[in-house]
Design a protein around this ligand. Structure first.
Ligand code: ASP
Length: 418
């Protein structure tokens, strides 16, 4: 019998994981079967994420430095930059607009009141995060000693250093050809290791989903069902209709073609809830299945994993309106515009790790004076919603790199790679 393709194996792993999770959810958490299974699932899932994270930092470093260095002419770098940023900003703006429109229309949270959630509110202490301080922190974190950035796994700081290094390699040209060759080989060997880690993906994805579904707090989910439905519905709409439509309009690529090429990364994002952990897989799918040149994917994907978050942006805006409804506050048009902009900044500032959006959401709530403690209500269901928003975050990066390639490719006059 022919071996199933990795793609199909991961899909089966995901389906099996959800199935087993639902089964475990049905039995009592006291039982040994439940405890042992959740323990095993947690162990395997965490190991899979650890492996991806192990490879992440050297991968980001080499891929950005090599990517930039290979976009040889300044003209091209400039164009790639501009198209990438324009795409990131506009796709996030569309996502937020969608989130706001759906929340205004469906008004989730309207029949509920904050005081219904007294128990969970007590358990939470909101940290103040004023916009000015957030900016200071964000900018301050950009330029770090590269060794400490690498050691701390600070992806954004690694991205920035690698960008500058890549530009220096371009400007130096022939003079630094050995260093460039070293990074190029580094990238190649890391991608080989990613290939090995991917063999574990079906198991890892399954284990992560078993745990996620088994321990989900179902009572809270029921109370917040309408909010969950609105967020899931709009996020899916953005991922299934809006992004594929943008892709088709700009590149004439079909959604099916995209789904087939992107599937491994999307399922990994869904199971890990982390754009960062998924990054090695995203890069692999984008270059190998979606045929984006490594120099473009190597730049757009790592940058996108840290700043381009359509799903998170949409979520932050919807959640702000939901909390306003809970608190009985009617947000004016101007206040909603403030939510629009802060949601975008908050999503860009959120690192690509699980539940990061929850932390930066404090800023969005604060910007229009909403009660921060209300976040406590959203925490129990966050891991569940995080799956879908992370998937759409990663999807946005992949769509972006295909579009950037389309817009810049004609400009390449010389062969792209060695
Ligand atoms: N988990 C998301 C990501 O990694 C960030 C978030 O919490 O929204 O993309």
């Amino acid at each position: 019998m022919r071996r199933l393709s990795l793609n199909i194996q991961i899909l089966l792993g995901a389906i099996l994981g959800v199935g087993l999770g639902v089964y475990l959810h049905g039995i009592s958490p006291e039982q040994a079967t439940f405890q042992n299974s959740v323990y095993a699932a947690n162990l395997v899932g965490t190991l899979f994420i650890d492996l991806l994270k192990m490879i992440l930092v050297p991968l980001v470093f080499c891929s950005i430095a090599v990517g930039i260095a290979n976009l040889r002419q300044h003209q091209q770098i400039h164009r790639v930059w501009v198209v990438t940023l324009m795409f990131f900003l506009s796709s996030m703006a569309i996502a937020i607009a969608l989130g706001l429109a759906a929340s205004n229309y469906f008004k989730p949270g309207l029949g509920l009141h904050l005081d219904m959630f007294q128990n969970s509110l007590h358990a939470f202490e909101a940290k103040q995060l004023p916009l000015s301080e957030f900016f200071t922190q964000l900018l301050h974190g950009l330029f770090l000693n590269p060794f400490s950035a690498l050691a701390q796994g600070n992806v954004l700081a690694v991205v920035v250093f690698a960008l500058i290094l890549g530009i220096a390699l371009v400007v130096g040209g022939e003079r630094y050809k050995n260093i460039l060759a070293l990074f190029e080989e580094g990238l190649e060997i890391i991608m080989r290791m990613v290939g090995w880690i991917m063999h574990l993906a079906p198991l890892g994805v399954m284990a992560l989903l078993v745990k996620l579904v088994a321990v989900q707090d179902a009572a809270m989910l029921n109370t917040l069902a309408k909010f969950v439905a609105v967020v899931v519905g709009t996020t899916l709409f953005h991922g299934v209709i809006v992004l594929p439509l943008i892709l088709y309009l700009f590149t004439r690529k079909s959604p099916l073609w995209f789904w087939q090429g992107a599937r491994e990364a999307l399922l990994t994002a869904f199971a890990t809830s982390s754009s960062n952990a998924t990054l090695p897989v995203t890069l692999r799918c984008t270059t190998q299945h979606l045929h984006v040149k490594p120099e473009i994917a190597g730049f757009v994907i790592p940058l996108g994993a840290t700043i381009n978050m359509d799903g998170t942006a949409l979520y932050e805006a919807s959640a702000a309106l939901f909390i306003a409804n809970l608190a009985g506050i009617d947000l004016s048009m101007t206040q909603q515009m403030i939510v629009f902009f802060t949601a975008m900044i908050a999503a860009m500032g959120a690192p690509g790790i699980p539940s990061a959006g929850m932390v930066t959401m404090v800023m969005v709530l604060q910007s229009v004076g909403l009660p921060l403690e209300a976040i406590a209500i959203l925490l129990p269901i966050d891991r569940l919603l995080d799956t879908i928003r992370t998937t759409v975050n990663v999807q946005g990066d992949m769509v972006g790199s295909v579009i950037v390639q389309k817009f810049t490719l004609q400009k390449f006059t010389q062969p792209l790679s060695k």
